[in-house]
Ligand binder design. Structure first.
Ligand code: GDP
Length: 521
């Protein structure tokens, strides 16, 4: 799989002369807990120390100095960006700072951030922010963290916590010192003498310079004039700039640089590497292009069948699971069931468990971590359904706990019937199309048979032939958003952008059922 190939790129040779490199840090946490403010405040510690003046232009990453050491902060806070990069094979972050507001405590996105950092095996530092507020309640936050399995050092655990205020500046130096301490334990090293390898974190088209990309050099040294391969394109580094706009000739490990000279705008998460010369770069880009255009069969993804195969071959001793349920109360019961299924040979690792629908974030986490998703009495959002299809993530939905447990046991024992059956749950005929603006078209339909559910897969049939497929993005009856519409009823069905329908088209609503579920229901 491509992920494995990428790992080798970053591996150091046995005879390499490794040197310490600066830690690379991502800030995560619940909305409004102060991620952006904290990043700004941390940046200012460097400006205030007279290290560099003027207004910093934020282009993806910033270097913060503490004494004679530096720390590289990624500027896009949040676990979504972090896991999206990881799903593409990029491993940039060394340490995650999870910001928790002392007046608000552990919230849903705090838990998600914890799960995402844990799944990536990245050490966590808790920044207990807003301690200047009179309502701040650090002890409450610490016990909430313990409930989320993050036991801070003062409670006997191994997760460092630093009390800070992005507003007053309290504790910022302590936080930087803690990052450096964790970095010392991690002993991050790289070989500055080799050809550079790293990851694109941001890219855009610049009026004067054409495509520019902010890249993190992870190992090696990048130089002006280097021939580079970025994703499936090749180019020559025309100029290098630090994120604050200073022109430089070369950039070593754990630095962010803006490069120009690429033919197109790359995507964030693309790996870049320096090739021996322009011809080698072109050839490598060609090879990457044909690999990228090869049909993705999802090989290597964690489907239940794949899990069984790995367990059998001795390669997979761990089943990674993301658990979703519409009621928080049932999560504990399911986790308990899963725990009971564990054996000496197979460990079930619940990467994340939370209440609600299966979201795109869950799919991303599953894709980045090779996990399967088990949903209990819940559904997928339309976006998540689409992403699950594209990323080939196995999502299994259950209504009854013992069926969920049975499936897991079957996967572990190798008894799982590999087929997931598709059933046509309903058929609807398109009567009229309404353009509601912004490129969105709503199909006024009559449900001819069965039912239509929001988030379900749809096959579009025209004169009996399949012309496309999508998911039910929106479903309305009269003016109301509804989850389901039954036979004989009229409804408005909205599909994704770019899907062209015609009057008279037949929409076939396709449900997927795990084999264990009774098909006669
Ligand atoms: P983000 O959504 O996590 O990036 O949060 P922001 O950085 O946008 O901060 C959300 C709000 O909290 C803003 O109004 C900030 O001014 C405020 N805020 C952030 N840090 C602190 C702090 O340490 N103390 C106080 N009192 N307010 C803060």
């Amino acid at each position: 799989p491509p992920a494995a190939a990428k790992e080798i790129l970053f591996e150091e040779r046995a005879d390499a002369k490794l040197e310490h490199r600066a830690p690379i840090v991502t800030v995560m946490g619940h909305v409004d807990h102060g991620k952006t403010s904290l990043l700004d405040a941390l940046r200012k510690t460097t400006v205030a120390a007279g290290e560099r003046g003027g207004i910093t232009q934020h282009l993806g990453a910033s270097q913060v100095r503490r004494g004679d050491r530096t720390i590289l902060f990624l500027d896009t806070p949040g676990h979504e960006a972090f896991t999206a990069m990881r799903a593409r094979g990029a491993r940039v972050t060394d340490i995650a700072i999870i910001v928790v507001a002392a007046d608000d405590g552990v919230m849903p996105q705090t838990k998600e951030a914890i799960s995402h950092a844990r799944a990536a095996n990245v050490p966590i530092i808790i920044a207990l922010n807003k301690v200047d507020k009179p309502e701040a309640n650090p002890e409450r936050v610490k016990s909430e963290l313990a409930e989320a399995n993050v036991v801070v050092e003062s409670y006997g655990g191994d997760v460092p916590l630093v009390a800070v205020s992005a507003r007053t500046g309290t504790g910022l130096d302590d936080l930087l010192d803690m990052v450096l301490l964790v970095a010392d334990l991690g002993d991050y090293k790289a070989d500055p003498a080799r050809r550079a390898v790293g990851t694109v974190i941001e890219a855009q088209r610049d009026r004067g310079r054409g495509p520019i990309a902010t890249v993190i050099v992870q190992t090696g040294t990048l130089r002006v004039g280097d021939a580079v391969v970025v994703g499936s394109m090749s180019g020559k580094v025309r100029s290098l700039e630090t994120p604050d706009g200073t022109r430089i000739k070369s950039a070593g490990p754990s630095t962010a640089v803006v490069i120009s000279g690429l033919p197109e705008v790359p995507s964030s998460g693309d790996v870049f590497r320096v090739a021996a010369d322009e011809r080698a770069a072109r050839e490598a880009a060609e090879a990457a292009k044909s690999e990228a255009s090869a049909p993705r069969d999802g090989a290597g993804r964690a489907t239940m069948e794949e899990l069984y195969r790995r367990i059998q071959s001795g390669a997979g001793k761990e089943v990674r699971v993301i658990l979703k349920s519409d009621v928080a109360g049932s999560l504990g019961a399911i986790e308990h069931q899963l725990e009971k299924l564990q054996s000496d040979e197979v460990r079930i690792n619940v990467l994340h468990a939370s209440a609600g629908e299966v979201t795109e974030n869950d799919i991303l986490l599953a894709s980045a971590s090779d996990a399967i998703i088990l949903g209990f009495t819940t559904t997928l959002t339309p976006g998540a359904r689409r992403m699950a299809d594209a990323e080939k993530v196995d999502v299994r939905l259950y209504e009854i706990i013992y069926e969920l447990a049975d499936d897991m046991r079957a996967a572990i024992d190798g008894m799982l019937d590999p087929e997931k059956s598709e059933v046509v749950e309903g058929r609807a005929e398109v009567k009229q199309l309404f353009d509601v603006g912004k490129g969105t078209v709503i199909a006024g339909c009559v449900v001819r048979e069965g039912r239509v559910t929001r988030g379900a897969r749809v096959r579009i049939l025209r004169a009996g032939s399949l012309v496309g497929s999508d998911v039910v993005e929106s479903l309305r009856r009269f003016r109301d958003d509804v989850r389901e519409v039954k036979e004989g009823q009229e409804c408005g069905i909205g599909l994704g952008p770019g899907i062209e329908l015609r009057e008279g088209d037949l929409l076939e609503i396709v449900g997927e059922q795990s084999t264990r579920r009774s098909l006669s229901q």
